[in-house]
Structure formats: structure tokens, C-alpha cells
Design a protein around this ligand. Structure first.
Ligand code: SIN
Ligand code: FE2
Length: 202
């Protein structure tokens, strides 16, 4: 197993897991996903649109509206979610498991002003499976907190090609994305940041 570059509160950070070619190949696969399952801006349960745009691949997609956070087997337009890109599954197999594949690959797109508030990932049935995160495009300031709200946090910039394994003591820690540095990467022609998170849901 490869060793993480950094370990912050159990978040294992693998800097530059994907090289330039790997990033471009994964991006091409993601463009196919988005062509079949377009990005949308979900509503929070509190009735405000999220600032990120999202879609999913896999058996389940993550979804939110007035009824709450949950997984859905269909895109809001009615079609099934496309298969998870091979380049994403390869990262999962290298860092998490070759026995069980993720059920969901959530794709978040951050344009210039988008952010994600501190939250826990807790809509899955079994927290013994880690969440695997992949960053593409502009750098994003990732914030790591505690297993309850509040307390001291630590932040780090995630760059294109970085992969984070959120398992063990990190699995239920609060985390979020404060802001992106628009134009810090040339991977996406119009700028912005893509974050993939793969999860075992059932
Ligand atoms: C998330 O926690 O769902 C996204 C984190 C990120 O964008 O890096
Ligand atoms: Fe999350």
C-alpha cells in the first residue's frame, strides 16, 4: 500500500496521486457522465440552493431537497445514473478495496464563488467503509474539524490530482471546502474545481 503524504486527524492525503495524463483521462470520462446526467444545484433541507453544482455516477446518487439528504437511484430528470468512471474506480482499488466497489461517485463542481459548509458524510449505512475524495482543477481550501460541531479546525489546499481517504477516525469528522483559487489550474478551460467522492452506500 502507498503511504499518504500527510495525515491530518486521520484524513490520509495523497498529493498528486493522479498525474497530468491521469487527470485529463478522468476528466474525459466525467464529461461523458455529465452528458448523460447533467449537473444540477440541489436545495438544502432549509430551502436554499447549494452553491456547488452536482451529479452522480453509480448505483446511487446523492440528493438533497426539502425532504432532506439521501441517496436516489435516479437523476432528477428520471434516468439512472451512469456507471462510475474507470479512472475513479482504479483509485478506489488502489487505496481502499478490490473486493467491494463504491455504490456512488458524487461529482461536485465548484465555480468561482462556490463553497461547501462544514458537514459530516453520514447518509451511508456502514461507516467502516471510507469515503475517497479526488480533486481536479482549481485548488480548494479544505477544512477539517471534529466529530462534533465546533472546536478547532485545520485547513489545507487540495490541488488537482490529490486524493484523500476519509476513513477510521476521520470518517465522521466534520469537513468542508471554504473557497477555491479561481484560475490556479489549467485543467478546466473555464476554471473551477471538481471534487469526486466515492462511497459505499448500502
Ligand atoms: C465534500 O465533502 O463532499 C466535498 C469536499 C471537497 O470538495 O473537497
Ligand atoms: Fe463531505
Amino acid at each position: 500500500m502507498t503511504e499518504p503524504t500527510l495525515n491530518i486527524r486521520g484524513f490520509q492525503i495523497f498529493k498528486g496521486s493522479l498525474d497530468g495524463q491521469g487527470q485529463a483521462d478522468l476528466l474525459a470520462e466525467l464529461r461523458e457522465v455529465v452528458a448523460q446526467a447533467p449537473l444540477f444545484s440541489p436545495m438544502t433541507p432549509y430551502g436554499r440552493p447549494m452553491s456547488v453544482q452536482m451529479t452522480s455516477a453509480g448505483k446511487y446518487g446523492w440528493y438533497s431537497d426539502r425532504k432532506g439528504y439521501r441517496y436516489e437511484q435516479k437523476h432528477p430528470e428520471g434516468q439512472s445514473w451512469p456507471p462510475i468512471p474507470r479512472g475513479a474506480l482504479a483509485l478506489w482499488q488502489g487505496l481502499v478495496s478490490t473486493e467491494r466497489m463504491p455504490d456512488c461517485c458524487l461529482i461536485n463542481y465548484y465555480s468561482d464563488k462556490a463553497r461547501m459548509g462544514l458537514h459530516q458524510d453520514r447518509d451511508e449505512a456502514d461507516f467502516s467503509w471510507p469515503v475517497l475524495s479526488v480533486s481536479l482543477g482549481d485548488e480548494g481550501l479544505f477544512r477539517i474539524g471534529n466529530t462534533t460541531r465546533g472546536g478547532k479546525t485545520e485547513s489545507l489546499w487540495l490541488q488537482s490530482g490529490d486524493v484523500v481517504v476519509m476513513g477510521g477516525e476521520a470518517r465522521l469528522r466534520y469537513h468542508g471546502l471554504d473557497r477555491i483559487r479561481h484560475g490556479s489550474s489549467t485543467l478546466l478551460t473555464k476554471g473551477g474545481r471538481i471534487n469526486l467522492t466515492m462511497r459505499v452506500v448500502d
